[in-house]
Design a protein around this ligand. Sequence first.
Ligand code: G6P
Length: 610
Amino acid sequence: MCGIVGYIGNQEAAPILIKGLKSLEYRGYDSAGVSIYNDKINSVKTKGRLSNLEKKLDTVSLNGCIGIGHTRWATHGEPSDVNSHPHMNSTSTISLVHNGIIENYMVLKEELEANGHNFLSETDTEVAVQLVDYYYKQSNNLLDAVYKAIERIEGSYAFGVLCNDEPDKLIAARKDSPLIIGIGEGENFIASDIPAILEHTRDIYLLEDKEVAVVTTEDITIMDMNKNIINKEVFNVTWDICAAQKEGYDHYMLKEIYEQPKVIKDTLTPRLPLDVNNITLDNITLTKEVLRNINKIYIVACGTASYTGLVGKFLIEKIARIPVVADVASEFRYKEPILDEKTLMIVVSQSGETADTLAALRLAKKAGAHVISIVNVVGSTISREADDVLYTLAGPEIAVASTKAYSAQLCAMYLLSIKIGMELEKISQEEFIELRKELYLLPEKVEKVLEQSDAIKKLANKYINSKNVFYIGRGLDFAVSMEGALKLKEIAYLHAEPYAAGELKHGPIALIEDNSLLVGLTAYEQLYEKTVSNIKEVKARGANVLAIALEGNTEIDKIANDVIYVPRTHWMFTSILENIPQQLFAYYISVGLGHDVDKPRNLAKSVTVE
Ligand code: G6P
């Protein structure tokens, strides 16, 4: 949801801002802009991708060593030049970029209009800059004006502010939207996320909610809402910049798909030492005593991460016999969920910043529940606010559609489920040793699936013109089918629906016609025969069938038009193997249709608004 970059130092700001914004484009890409100070603030902004902004900047040179930039995912007002950020006050002396939503913007706007302020755009953000302007006129002090403005603003924000009359500083402020400060030498940075500044520094401050920073060339002062100075620890980024680059692959998504064997290994093996017959879950205490005090588990997340929750529910209930509710965070928080000290909540998030997931976490904590987060981005808000964090070690995921982060989340969920099962004595030492052996074999089994990439590409081209695609499965396969259908919708823009295999005949089967495609997932062997019967029902009504099956289950060949086989593993872990063909299938269809795989239309990777 919108990317922010700010620079103050001795170098030309424009190239630094543009490069930073490029690495934040995953947060939104419908318009972009920069403001740079050089005697006065000059701004260039435009509708469309960053490349449009770059073209515009080729014709208008913007010099200066202090500036702010923004890449947008529209919430208020369509993507257009005028709605793009930065937004300015009427005299163009204050410029502001914003990520988040100002909920009371209508009230503030009316008030400001009554005071003679004119608005050019339809955005909520313009209200913020006009409000800063309003207070600046009273105090002639930018910091005071920003403080006064944020006291009035309801909603979420990460702001970067630049002022003509105080050109020695940038002001940054955050509430419920991520913002970091990069610490350089003789230069400093602000950004929505680490990749934007990693080329310049590995040392950063993570701003917390309701913190304000004054950033100059030499200094960074961070304060609370009462202007008390906060001494923050420096956070050192350990991962490498090339982890956030394409490295020869056509798309980030393909690179990330191919990284999965490593990601799975990295996420699993440190938690599965070979010299101890137990799982070490970082600092998470999930002992028998803790678990016996729990009477219910919620797994809450959004999008792809919510499908990890469905797998988790299935595994934990089957193994540990504790009731688990898996829910999407946007619904969960409005259901008056029953939360207390006997509740364990597991939240799952790649970014660690998703607004609804964060709100669910806060709701649970307020009610006294214990919250474990499964998060990919180290130091993100969710990872910091949860009682415990189990990091997925997937490295930066840049493609908007999640692939490697999902596989890593599944691994984390396998570990948690096994750990809970062991503590509750539902999994014996012998069984654990067997499971550990299988987990160690997963990366090479994933490699084997990836080796079928060319064959899957051919299938993608064969079925590229399918009209309606149905993904079906039972048990664990049903959870995996959700992710398969989502990938196809997200990047190929094909109508795809997941269904519990047995449910199809209760309605959706009416949609089946000659050009329909059914992707039948059959790796959950306990229900294999039943799923195969459901596949036959659809085949008989004219659909093409692409099945995904475990090696050896060759009778499916007689029913399906095509079959992708994946290696056999323990039933608990089939989800990860079965999903890889779904990723490749969606990827190649998207490429074949000429879509922008890494930046699909209308989407953003990090959704920091409700
Ligand atoms: C967005 C992304 C999805 C992602 C979801 C949850 O909708 O486009 O790919 O699954 O947010 O994001 P999170 O960072 O919480 O996993």
